[in-house]
Design a protein around this ligand. Structure first.
Ligand SMILES: Nc1ncnc2c1ncn2[C@@H]1O[C@H](COP(=O)(O)OP(=O)(O)OP(=O)(O)O)[C@@H](O)[C@H]1O
Length: 643
């Protein structure tokens, strides 16, 4: 119908909605503290044209804003939920890795939200029990790494579609409420201050989801020792409990006293000849040379204080169980593999937790102070896609780096050995999730280690471990400043890049090249090192990217033979897989000037969806109801190799 001024009423409605969406976003922007001017292009015009976003961090569908993805942008202030209420199509919000503060935003005012990612900000305070009431579409809620306290809000247990809930790294107290949902695929409440029994409905979850809460008990953790007292018997049972505690404490005190006297006596008898612990598996396998032993060729004759010092690990994290090198040496050890630097060992501590010790010999050009300072710097890094460094051991000749053992192992194993292990190959949604997680981890490294020329420097599939949720964890990052430069070209991935091979230099875009090779490895299932070896033997297939270009260049349309058959790709995902393949190739651009920088690559990766036209950007668990009309290859995504 034609309206006044000859404009159709439909068009008026669209224009009006676009401008009111722009107004809402500008109002939202004005409520933020955008020190780094990250939202500079949020100024005029329309945020969306069709499915294309004009404004940074805005996700568009059919001319409307359906998502805000403002991660790692240095934003501060409180979230003004009321301004976002002016975005009727808004379904997903991610403000992860910023410095937002204040109480939990009242997101239930945005009742249609499907996913909310607020992890790694500075939100604080208690979250009211009814905060999520009525959010019947909410599937994913990530609040990890904030300063929330008080009880886990009970309204979370009433959400019928909740699939993922990440609350780790806060200060939540009290008991975990009874989640009755059958579809909760991922729950993480680790590293809070929770106590009491874990609800039976969560007994099948992985124990790491609950670790770091001293008071929690019950499956999958160890059984609760005493049932909580019922309210009617509370008075008398708490008296009984105090009595029992008092008796147990006195007995323990007496036992400790007897033990102390015994030890003191023994020490007096043997103080001149303290024996080193017998060589353990780890010692034998790794032939660790403890300082006193190497110098004298016999057990250390120095004081016990000095000996303890020799075994001392330096911890770079405060929140971890402390142990020393002797604990690791005593533990039974298993060799995980030998990489370019040396071997890595898994050692199980007495407490049950397993650690990985990696030996580095090619770090002896760096002085103790410099090494320590760099390790402390790495130890301050915290991101869901980084495996944290826990401790290190310094000796001039060799260094040991200690981190948690990751049960699932590496992406390399999943990509290249799953057949042999009798396990199914990774499917496309999981591979996409891995790429996105790796991109996030790299973005964080780029932000936190700006002075490093290649903030990762050693990105490859064996240095991407997979958590139980199959979320990737980067390891062996940030080591370039402490590696001997004369050995680096034999050891580190960054030094295998075209720019290093041609001009003996690495740049800020070198990690982009490694990411490109990793993406191609993930999509093709081919092991990149095989191609490098062929190249050295004079073949023209000098890296995986060249092979992809050759094979895909011969295909008219969908280059099926490029993609790993095991990925079980559905045709509704082909367009998005192709997009990612093209991103991988752009990363491998040999001319560094033409190669995208990390920021551009990450933005492009974030735009890749699981299915063509999918609306949930963390959609690896998207349910049937999310599947929108699928489409085949459009002109826009037809394969043409960007060179
Ligand atoms: N924390 C960990 N948890 C579980 N597996 C690990 C851990 N760290 C390393 N691994 C695995 O142990 C094996 C040996 O690792 P290592 O880091 O020594 O060598 P690499 O990654 O193959 O090569 P490089 O020395 O060049 O990094 C690899 O398969 C690696 O994925």
């Amino acid at each position: 119908m034609e309206g006044i001024l000859g404009i159709s009423s439909n068009k008026v409605a669209t224009t009006f909605s676009a401008s009111s969406e722009a107004d809402s976003l500008l109002k939202f922007k004005s409520s933020l503290d955008d020190q780094s001017n990250a939202l500079a292009n949020w100024n005029s015009g329309s945020p969306c044209i069709g499915d294309q976003a004009n404004w940074i961090g805005v996700l568009c569908m059919k001319g409307s804003v359906w998502g805000l993805q403002l991660e790692n942008r240095g934003l501060e202030g409180e979230i003004d939920v009321d301004s976002l209420a002016g975005l009727p199509s808004l379904r997903t919000l991610s403000f992860m890795n910023n410095s937002f503060n204040g109480p939990m935003p009242e997101i239930k005012k945005l009742g249609a939200l499907k996913s909310v990612f607020l992890s790694y900000n500075r939100f604080s305070g208690e979250i009211p029990a009814d905060s999520f009431e009525g959010m019947s579409y909410l599937k994913k809620l990530h609040l990890a790494g904030n300063q929330f306290e008080g009880a886990i809000p009970s309204s979370l247990t009433q959400l019928p579609r909740l699939l993922e809930l990440r609350l780790e790294g806060n200060q939540f107290t009290g008991q975990i409420p009874a989640f009755a949902q059958h579809n909760l695929l991922l729950l993480d409440v680790s590293n809070n201050e929770l106590d009491g029994p874990i609800p039976a409905s969560l007994a099948n979850m992985n124990s790491s989801s609950f670790s770091g809460n001293e008071g929690l008990c019950g499956a999958p953790l160890s059984p609760c020792t005493a049932a909580p007292a019922s309210s009617d018997k509370k008075g008398s049972s708490s008296f009984t409990a105090i009595l029992i505690y008092a008796i147990v404490a006195s007995v323990l005190f007496l036992m400790a006293l007897v033990l102390l006297i015994f030890c003191l006596r023994r020490r007096n008898q043997t103080s001149q000849s303290i024996e080193a612990p017998p060589p353990s598996n780890l010692q034998k396998k790794a032939s660790f040379k403890e300082e006193g032993h190497v110098r004298h060729g016999s057990p250390d004759n120095s004081s016990s204080g000095k000996k303890a010092e020799n075994f001392k690990l330096s911890f770079v994290r405060e929140d971890r169980e402390k142990f020393d090198l002797q604990d690791l040496l005593k533990a039974s050890a298993e060799i995980l593999g030998s990489g370019c630097f040396g071997s890595s060992y898994k050692a199980a501590l007495f407490s049950g937790s397993a650690m990985v010790v990696k030996r580095f010999r090619q770090m002896n050009n760096v002085g103790r102070e410099e090494f320590q300072e760099h390790m402390r710097r790495l130890g301050r890094l915290r991101h869901p896609n980084l495996l944290p460094l826990v401790a290190y051991y310094y000796r001039k000749e060799e260094k040991l780096l200690v981190s948690d053992y990751v049960e699932n192992g590496s992406l390399a194993v999943y990509l290249h050995s799953n057949h042999a292990r009798g396990k199914p190959a990774l499917d496309w949604p999981t591979r996409l999730k891995v790429v996105k997680g790796v991109a996030k981890g790299l973005t964080y490294l780029y932000n936190e280690l700006p002075s490093l020329i290649a903030p990762h420097g050693h990105l490859k599939s064996s240095n991407v471990l997979l958590a139980t949720t199959l979320e990737p964890l980067l390891t062996d990052y940030g080591l370039i400043p402490v590696i001997n430069q004369e050995n680096a070209q034999d050891l580190m991935v960054a030094y295998k890049s075209p720019e290093y091979l041609q001009n003996k230099r690495i740049t800020k875009k070198t990690d982009v090249w490694s990411l490109g090779i990793l993406i191609l490895e993930i999509l093709t299932g081919k092991f990149p090192a095989n191609f490098l070896q062929q190249g050295q033997q004079g073949s023209d297939q000098d890296d995986l990217a060249t092979w992809v270009r050759l094979v895909a260049g011969e295909a008219d349309q969908w280059p099926a033979e490029v993609f790993d058959k095991e990925m079980r790709a559905k045709s509704e995902s082909e367009g998005e897989m192709l997009k990612l393949l093209k991103i991988g190739l752009r990363c491998c651009e040999g001319d560094v000037e033409k190669r995208w920088d990390m920021k551009e690559v990450v933005q492009k990766i974030e735009e890749v969806r699981e299915k063509d036209n999918d609306e949930d950007f963390y959609s690896s668990y998207a349910g049937e109801s999310d599947v929108r009309s699928s489409r085949g290859l459009s002109d826009e995504i037809n394969f043409s190799i960007p060179i």
